[in-house]
Design a protein around this ligand. Structure first.
Ligand code: AMP
Ligand code: MG
Length: 317
């Protein structure tokens, strides 16, 4: 059997890495262009880091009905569904709490870098208070609520980008946005081999576990990579909406495979927030997941394949 020749293009998106892989290398340029178009559109719609995004404009207009683009409406719909299916563990109104790091004006009382901070331990405002109509494409955010699509928009972008790249390039495509992976079309023989690492920037290594996916998506959430310290207290970027503070549960990393990257990412973020309760939740939702506890012990749900080195295909990601 001859090995499939893949076309691979690397770049950046949303402040992280971007990788596009195609099974027909001659159409790599088309695939990449299609992916970049989707990434740019989502950045305009949902970026928390640019003032002119629809998200920023919306957050600056509380209590008013705002007409939004179809793409932003789609992103909000996914974020609200995430809250619904996770019982609020993944909650798009954690925005203000995430800004504990010091980015948010509401937290202007936050002490300088490294110093102690005044921790405001609040229940994160209810996502149910958001009034969204997908038919009218309008949304209203109550005052005091800040929308943050960080946990879902990137993964949704991977799904949409993979679909767009397939349309543009045919064959089989894989799109990875900082480790949020979506695939579409005909996979290479044996599937797309992906190394499961706690850090998406990890190098390919013989000792790391690899799985292959043939459809849908794969996402990893964790507390080991984006961390910072305030007043000697270690913080990270996944917030427990019931406390408004960094999630303190059993798992430090969760990798989930699902029918799409958005669903995989909803589940991986939820697992970090849910802690112990995540195992039953993942099993009940028939999800393949690999969880790493704070002490490094690995737990695999029943649908996650056991590592089998004899079938090992060298990973491409
Ligand atoms: P992920 O890396 O996919 O788990 O997403 C983490 C990002 O989602 C963070 O950087 C925040 O912007 C946002 N976030 C953190 N905690 C939550 C939460 N409980 N629900 C929804 N979004 C969150
Ligand atoms: Mg993610």
């Amino acid at each position: 059997m001859t090995a499939t020749v893949l076309g691979i293009a690397d770049g950046g998106a949303f402040g992280g890495s971007l990788r596009v892989v195609v099974t027909s290398p001659q159409s790599l340029g088309n695939a990449r262009a299609a992916v970049e178009e989707v990434v740019a559109a989502m950045d305009e719609a949902a970026s928390r880091f640019r003032e002119d995004s629809e998200l920023s404009v919306l957050n600056a207009r509380p209590d008013r009905v705002t007409k939004i683009s179809p793409l932003f409406a789609h992103a909000i719909e996914v974020a609200l569904r995430a809250a619904e299916v996770t019982g609020g563990a993944v909650n798009p109104t954690v925005g203000a709490a995430v800004c504990l790091s010091g980015y948010d004006a509401d937290f202007s009382s936050v002490a300088p870098v490294g110093g102690p901070m005044r921790l405001v331990a609040n229940h994160v405002p209810g996502w149910r208070a958001i009034r969204f109509s997908s038919a009218a494409r309008t949304v209203l955010i109550p005052r005091g609520v800040e929308l943050d699509l960080g946990a879902t928009a990137k993964a949704l972008t991977a799904d949409l980008a993979a679909a767009a790249a397939l349309k543009a390039a045919g064959g089989g495509v894989l799109v990875s946005l900082g480790g949020d992976i979506a695939v579409a079309g005909e996979p290479p023989p044996g599937g797309w081999p992906v190394q499961v690492s706690e850090d998406s920037a990890a190098t390919i290594s013989d000792t790391e576990e690899t799985i292959s996916i043939s459809s849908g998506g794969l996402a990893t959430s964790g507390t080991t990579v984006r961390r910072w310290v305030r007043g000697g207290v270690e913080m990270h970027h996944i917030v427990d909406p019931t406390t408004g503070q960094p999630a303190g549960g059993r798992w430090r990393t969760a990798t989930v495979a699902a029918g799409g990257c958005a669903d995989a990412n909803i589940a991986s973020t939820a697992a970090i927030v849910m802690g112990d309760a995540a195992v039953d939740w993942l099993e009940n939702h028939w999800l393949a997941a690999r969880l790493v506890s704070r002490d490094g012990a690995v737990h695999r749900t029943s649908r996650w394949p056991l590592p089998d080195d004899s079938k090992r295909i060298p990973p491409i990601l």
